[in-house]
Design a protein around this ligand. Sequence first.
Ligand code: SF4
Length: 279
Amino acid sequence: MQKIKRKSLLYKSGVEYADYCINHVEGCSHGCRFPCYAMMMKKRCGLIKDYNDWIKPRIVENAIELLNNEIPRLKSKIKVVHLCFTTDPFMYKQKEVSDLTLSIIKRLNDDNIRCTVLTKGIYPKVLTDTKKYGENNEYAITLVSLDKNFKDNFEPGAAPYATRIKALKFLHDTGLKTWVSMEPYPTPNLVKQDLNKVLNKVKFVDKIIFGKLNYNVKVTEFENNKDFYADCANTVTDFCKKYGIQYHIKYGTQENENRKTENIFKKEDKVRLCKLAMF
Ligand code: SF4
């Protein structure tokens, strides 16, 4: 795997559910075709050439060195560090990425900094070793379908859904906090599926985040997409209330809501976007 060097690693996020963030890999072999907003952003800012360039991940070889410098300076300001927004921390079948992610989590936890982690890969069982890794971290998977064809088309390099869920359940069963990001949830013209069946597979989790699919022309082609997403949001809400699961419906998914906190990645400010894309 190729390596790159960066000048900084920890950065303050502007998104709804995160504080500080780390993206210690450039690119992602999952190669999502929703499309992947991180890829679009990096391409627009000239940091990658194209899709083929994006799916060849390059790890930040000086990540731990940077953390050793940044943690003492930022520690008092950080509530939680999220891994990752512009790559995947447990990229499927990319051991070097997983190994670096484990070192980063350990380095942060050693300084009592909590992590939230989101992946479309497989969580290693070693994370249940709470002598090594903190017991207050939160681990999440993205899950928007159970349909293999959909996964093969839209998340070609990501882990199969069943193994993704199994690995998360293992962490849950040992007492770690787990959640699921059901975003970007596809419209029925992309895949016909029963949302309740997807929800039932992950009813063990502590929290579900639900959000619509953006930046895909097929969604706007689906005439009733607003009603569809409003219905889905109600289904998720009812399901979570029934099973005592925390939930969060992302801004823009339901109509008539007050959009106070906009995802920073949606802002059309190129300078700001490209500054973020550097991380
Ligand atoms: S897993 Fe995330 S970062 Fe990787 S290609 Fe898919 S959407 Fe992009």
